[in-house]
Design a protein around this ligand. Structure first.
Ligand SMILES: Nc1ncnc2c1ncn2[C@@H]1O[C@H](COP(=O)(O)OP(=O)(O)OP(=O)(O)O)[C@@H](O)[C@H]1O
Length: 343
């Protein structure tokens, strides 16, 4: 478990003070994959680096498994650092050392017996799918393979927490997917708590259970991925959600609607879970004798739960349209008016 309590970080740059973090309160439960998203300069790196004391908070506390890490002695810090692995956007590998040596490095530093190191490195390279690359040098490998070495190295000390600092930002979409799958596997098989920072909402959707949105060093929104994606509150969150789940009516369609001169109303319907598979639309159309025209829509999956979003034009007699809308609302489908036109 990681707890941030009123964490602030101020940098001194010449005679200027930069307030990178302004009172962060956040709890990452054991076993979660928690994502922190924000635009450049929001404070993501400053935040994640306070967890392993690469940065010290100017105010507030960071607790790892209930211990305030700023109060630890030198020896305790070394111990807790072994329990907190970290991977980086640019991998941070030693290019003059082989893959084997890069992964073995934390074990050598911990003075692990040689035979144990050999076995552990072999197991780790097997786990990340690079068993046959042990004698290569990082420069001979692709970005995805380099990140796998970074992951194997981070796991070498058997940590309970893994920090991921933009771990897939330098990778293409397909390689990103394979690294995210590997992180999911690490979380599931080893029950390692993962805290990741990213500027890509696709990463959050793909693997996180919870998300916090950071802006100007403050958490402006947080919750489960399902809550935040299906009902974002803040403008910045809406922008991030829209970047992966476009639910806006396309301009061309909007112009077309303005040009028509019939009575109609346009609604946005959000289906979640079981309601995705319910034939509500055809039923309502029959029962109330209204025409429903789907203008735009998408169905996706959030944390294994189907989530659909449709923009639908209703036309017919006004009182029948209103009854149809009430009936949809009664079926536990979220419905809201997008725009209403009467010629
Ligand atoms: N060592 C430093 N000295 C002075 N200012 C810093 C330092 N590190 C970060 N900052 C400033 O603190 C603010 C937050 O930076 P931080 O790197 O934490 O944000 P970020 O969200 O990770 O951004 P990016 O995605 O661009 O890395 C920025 O204004 C940055 O310029």
């Amino acid at each position: 478990m990681i707890q941030f309590e009123g964490v602030a970080k101020t940098y001194q740059s010449g005679n200027q003070q930069i307030h990178a973090l302004n009172g962060i309160d956040l709890t990452v439960e054991t076993g979660e994959i928690y994502g922190v998203i924000g635009f450049s300069g929001a404070g993501k790196s400053s935040l994640i680096r306070t967890v392993n004391l690469l940065e010290r908070p100017s105010k507030g506390r960071v607790l790892v498994h209930g211990k305030d890490i700023s109060t630890l002695s030198g020896k305790e810090i070394r111990t807790i650092r072994k329990d907190i692995g970290m991977i980086f956007q640019h991998f941070n590998l030693l290019n003059s050392k082989t893959v084997y040596h890069n992964v073995a490095m934390p074990l050598l530093l911990a003075k692990t017996p040689k035979e144990d190191i050999e076995k552990q490195v072999k197991d780790l390279l097997d786990f990340v799918g690079l068993a046959d690359q042990a004698q290569k040098y990082p420069d001979q490998l692709s970005g995805g393979q380099k990140q796998r070495i970074g992951i194997a190295r981070a796991l070498a000390t058997n940590p309970s927490v893994l920090l991921c600092d933009e771990a897939t930002s330098a990778l293409d979409p397909q390689t990103t997917k394979s690294i995210l799958d590997l992180l999911k596997k690490i979380n599931k098989e080893y029950n390692i708590t993962i805290l990741l920072i990213t500027h890509e909402m696709g990463v959050i959707r793909e693997i996180c259970n919870k998300v916090a949105v950071l802006e100007d060093g403050k958490v402006i929104e947080q919750g489960t991925v399902f809550e935040v994606f299906s009902n974002p509150q803040q403008a910045t969150t809406k922008r991030f959600v829209r970047s992966v789940m476009n639910d806006e009516l396309p301009e061309s369609l909007l112009a077309q609607i303005h040009d028509t001169h019939s009575d109609h109303a346009i609604y946005r319907l959000q289906f979640t879970g079981n309601s995705v598979g319910t034939p509500v639309m055809s039923q309502v159309s029959r029962d109330f004798n209204v025409n429903l025209n789907v203008l735009f829509g998408n169905i996706t999956e959030l944390q294994g739960v189907p989530y659909g979003n449709l923009i639908v034009e209703f036309s017919g007699e006004l009182n029948k349209v209103e009854r149809a809308i009430t009936s949809i609302r009664d079926s536990n489908i979220h419905i809201e008016e997008v725009t209403h036109y009467v010629s």
